[in-house]
Design a protein around this ligand. Structure first.
Ligand code: HBI
Length: 96
């Protein structure tokens, strides 16, 4: 199982993920995205789902029309780990 990131490792990781915010109460990172319409939002979610399944690491997320809110945390570890940072980077990579 992945270990929770130390506060300094977390800060270093967050500095490289400017679109994400840290939620201390959940020990998780969150990003909210807006697309032109539902079809683009859902297409993006499909691409994230394939990445997540491949990594066996899955987002908590919600979608309302063109808005997608993603929260990443490692449930097995009870907080933020490198797995979340890796998935956040892959998600950002889809955004071009
Ligand atoms: N996704 N976000 C997240 N956190 C986990 O701990 C996690 C997961 N997806 C699959 C998974 N763990 C499995 O490895 C275990 O639950 C078996």
């Amino acid at each position: 199982m992945a270990d929770k990131l130390s506060p300094s490792d977390r800060d270093t990781a967050l500095a490289g993920l400017p679109g994400w915010t840290f939620d201390a109460s959940a020990d998780a990172i969150t990003r909210e995205l807006k697309f032109r319409n539902f079809s683009e939002a859902f297409g993006f979610m499909s691409r994230v789902a394939l990445l997540a399944e491949k990594a066996d690491h899955h987002p908590e997320w919600s979608n309302v029309y063109n808005k997608v809110t993603i929260t990443l945390s490692t449930h097995d570890a009870g907080g933020l780990t490198q797995k979340d940072v890796d998935l956040a980077q892959k998600i950002d990579g889809l955004l071009g």
